[in-house]
Design a protein around this ligand. Structure first.
Ligand SMILES: [Zn+2]
Ligand SMILES: [Zn+2]
Length: 568
């Protein structure tokens, strides 16, 4: 963009701000809208849209969730508010339409009065929506998760403890110019395909995880090459309305805290998602290129300067430039089935084909299986790009898939953070490595692990000196997925860790954490125990032998040998 262009950029500051804890935006009347002949410009004669989501932490009880669901249904019916929503113990996510702008605002205010948590909610209200775009009914569905990441309940990374920054669209726009940033599009590939943020030259690096659905995000994050791309960078992310960034950013932050990811320069997401970004830069679209895929009844959202946008997406049947999802066509691969782009021309051919094929099938049934005919139809099907079964999405065309990758083990990371007081740093590639020692610490082990599995993962099968000891939690006495491996020398430890950096060890398909074990453990523990003893019998004059004995006893209690971790 030219300097001039930048200066003339229309920026809608108001749109970039959230409405949390303040009055909802007033209805915008134009001067002429009050006259009856101008009904088309009068927002009161049009419908409105309400988009919002709200996470709650700690989560709602089941009873509370049901009462929220009941309240929304009741008020929705009363005010003529329709649409779709997911309600979960972790919160609510709704795309709604109201019959007029007043009932839209009334709905939000009633929710705010019903529960204080909705004061925090950033309701996005759009007026002047055509009545034809209103939803027919209100469908609120109870779900385990607001976004299907596969990160429910004990797997859900905490939004409160894992802090990431919400920045407004104007700040976000500036950050996109920074070359030390990466920007992750957290949406599915079929959405990214028709429109996305394109950072300026010399700015942030764009990352597309190429997902078929959100469940693949924790898998993509677990790839070593992904982690490499995030390390040392400011991690920016965005999605349509902001909700998908919430858990996604919490997961990245959690990985950083347990040392599964090297330190980043912080995590930032744009408040209100692409929706707000485009409303803030209504003319140029900022760094946005193409269309914003929407799940509601509006057509895809885009900036006004449509002509400048280059189209890179293609019709999946004829490869012609195309960017409109119409006719509900999906990828013909049974495991995939994501929406695919089909141009108008191909759409006509496909629809005619489908009719013809069902006719041929009926004919065949009638003639009781003419084999020659059946064979001919089969080979035709395989080569015909206009057969619905042969439509393939861009990911299937190049054989991209994340399905078989193990997701980040978020539950184990959460356990670790609880046990280590939220400051676990265990990775071998940690910025501040622990002091060198003869003992390796290994963490993030599956609870069903065996000593043999560890030895083979750490390439220690032939090392007769290597000795594995399971670590038990000092308070509960339970095995929690950590162990130590005693080796012959510090040199041996160092060279192994170098190897693991290049080829990270896995057990049961999951990466484990490896680093030096702090051999000062005994000393630290001795000091702690001494204090304990002091309190207990006020005996400050205990002899050295007793102290040593106590430390050894404690060590025996917390470090156990055996093929399997002991069950206490
Ligand atoms: Zn086509
Ligand atoms: Zn596909």
């Amino acid at each position: 963009m030219s300097r001039d262009g930048e200066m003339r950029e229309k920026v809608n500051k108001f749109e970039s701000e959230p409405v949390s804890y303040r009055a909802l935006p007033a209805i915008a009347f134009t001067n002429s809208s009050s006259s009856p002949e101008n009904r088309n410009n009068n927002p009161l004669s049009k419908a409105s849209q309400i988009l919002f989501y709200q996470y709650v932490e700690p989560e709602w009880s089941k009873a509370k969730m049901k009462s929220v669901l009941g309240f929304m249904r009741q008020v929705g019916d009363e005010l003529g508010v329709t649409g779709r929503g997911r309600i979960s113990q972790e919160g609510a996510n709704c795309t709604l339409t109201a019959k007029d702008p007043h009932s839209a605002r009334e709905f939000c205010n009633r929710l705010r009065k019903f529960d204080k948590i909705f004061e925090e909610t950033d309701f996005k209200i759009t007026d002047m929506v055509e009545h034809s775009q209103r939803f027919k009914r209100l469908t609120l569905v109870p779900k385990d998760e607001l976004v299907a990441y596969g990160l429910e309940k004990e797997k859900a990374p905490s939004l409160k403890q894992n802090k990431s920054k919400h920045v407004n669209a104007i700040e976000y726009h500036e950050m996109l110019k920074d070359k030390d940033s990466v920007v992750i599009d957290v949406r599915n590939h079929y959405e990214v395909d028709i429109g996305r943020i394109e950072p300026p030259e010399g700015g942030a690096t764009f990352l597309n995880p190429e997902m078929r659905n959100s469940r693949e995000f924790p898998k993509w994050l677990n790839l070593p090459e992904t982690k490499k791309q995030l390390e040392g960078k400011r991690v920016m992310m965005y999605c349509t309305g902001g909700i998908r960034c919430e858990r996604a950013s919490a997961l990245i932050s959690q990985m950083e805290r347990v040392g599964d990811l090297k330190e980043t320069k912080g995590i930032a997401m744009v408040r209100g998602g692409v929706d707000r970004y485009l409303k803030t830069f209504p003319e140029s679209g900022g760094f946005w290129k193409g269309k914003n895929y929407l799940f509601d009844l509006r057509e895809a959202q885009m900036a006004e300067k449509e002509g400048e946008l280059e189209m890179t997406s293609k019709c999946c049947a004829c490869e012609r430039a195309w960017s409109k999802y119409e006719g509900k066509f999906v990828c013909g691969d049974q495991k995939c089935k994501v929406p695919v782009l089909v141009c108008d021309g191909c759409r006509n051919v496909i629809e005619a084909n489908t009719k013809k094929n069902s006719f041929v099938k009926r004919q065949k049934k009638g003639s009781n299986g003419n084999t020659w005919n059946a064979n001919k139809t089969k080979s035709d099907d395989k080569n015909d790009p206009h057969d619905v079964k042969n439509l393939r999405c861009p990911l299937c065309k190049v054989g991209k898939e994340l399905r078989s990758i193990e997701p980040v083990d978020s539950a184990a990371q959460k356990r670790l953070l609880t046990l280590e007081g939220g400051n676990a740093k265990i990775n071998a590639s940690n910025k501040r490595p622990r002091k060198e020692s003869k003992t390796l610490f290994i963490g993030k082990l599956p609870l069903s692990v065996t000593a043999t599995e560890i030895k083979s993962a750490l390439k220690l099968n032939d090392d007769n000196n290597a000795e594995i000891e399971w670590m038990m939690d000092s308070k509960s006495g339970f095995f929690y997925g950590s162990a130590v491996v005693k080796l012959a020398s510090k040199d041996r430890c160092r060279s192994l860790l170098e190897q693991y950096k290049k080829d990270p060890p896995r057990i049961q398909n999951k990466f484990i954490a490896v680093g030096y074990f702090d051999e000062d453990w005994k000393n630290k523990n001795r000091k702690k125990m001494k204090e304990k003893e002091k309190k207990k019998d006020n005996d400050a004059k205990e002899d050295g032998g007793k102290k040593r004995r106590l430390a050894e006893e404690e060590y025996k209690r917390l470090f156990r040998k055996g093929e399997r971790p002991p069950v206490t």
